[in-house]
Design a protein around this ligand. Sequence first.
Ligand SMILES: [Zn+2]
Ligand SMILES: [Zn+2]
Length: 347
Amino acid sequence: MDDLLYGQRNKRGDWAPNEPAATAPLFVFPPQPLKLLRWLPHYFFPYNLLFAASAVAWWHLALPDVETMQTLSWSWIVRLFFINAVAVFLFYGAFELKLYIRRSQGNRFKYDCKFPADQRSKVFVFERQNLDNMMRTFGTGLPIWTGIQVAVLMAYANGWVPWLTFAEHPVYLFCLALVVPVIHETHFFLLHRAIHWGPLYKWVHSVHHNSVNPSPWSSLSMHPVEQFFYLGTMFWHLLIPSNPIIALYQLHVAGFGAIPGHVGFDKVEITDRTGFDSHAYIHHLHHKYFEVNYGDGLIPFDRWFGTFHDGSKDGERQMQERYQKKKARMNAKAEALKRKQSTGAEV
Ligand SMILES: [Zn+2]
Ligand SMILES: [Zn+2]
């Protein structure tokens, strides 16, 4: 595919789309029904439908019967861990293999012209981003992922929380399944905003931001505290009356769904003429500029809080204005503190 029909490449070689990044047309006034209709398929394809299907597959193929899940036993838990790990390896690995190892579409549609494997950085274990990212994914990410899954499934199996069945509550559960991505977006935005607060950023979230030029394995490369709270979105289904398959879907939206924001390419080419949108641009801009785009754009939280960057020159100008204002506020604070100290010293 010719990526210059869809965007531009700067002198450095970085590609950016012509169309600025857009948030979903869900909360626009006046409503734009045609735009909403055109956008609607993206709500399901390709990712959410895949994650919903994977939840059903896990329920039928990866998990034991309900009686077994009532007690902690290594046999089903280790099996589940192994299945989760293999699935992540294959799913993340498929993007990595195509785009970063075989480099089958070269630099086409790639936001950052550089490939992480070609650069060494001291922030990573053995100075290698991929190795560091994979160690965090499998070393702490997958055990936490499986631990959360086991805790929630045990709660359902033992009847500690309500378990609504599809036979008795089809409409309610269908509606709940529909809003799973909305729950995810809200949970992610609030958590993400919180861990960008100075001390928490330093202690927890800076690990994820080591990957300034993210690639598929960066998706779950986080501090264990962040991994726990990020994947802990599944716990909402202990508070909301729900069903274990929908709870699994919620977990898969977080775990497997971390990929789209970190692919690093705007389109993944399938043939010479076709490809699918990765929906990575909003989160890629977050990795590039840090203090913008805390959400993924399903709900326009960043527009509401004034932190949205759509990748355009106008978005850049707004971000610079915010930085200047923040700098001025910090300078004024430092000045006031200095004045207070000097008056104290005189007294
Ligand atoms: Zn990220
Ligand atoms: Zn962040």
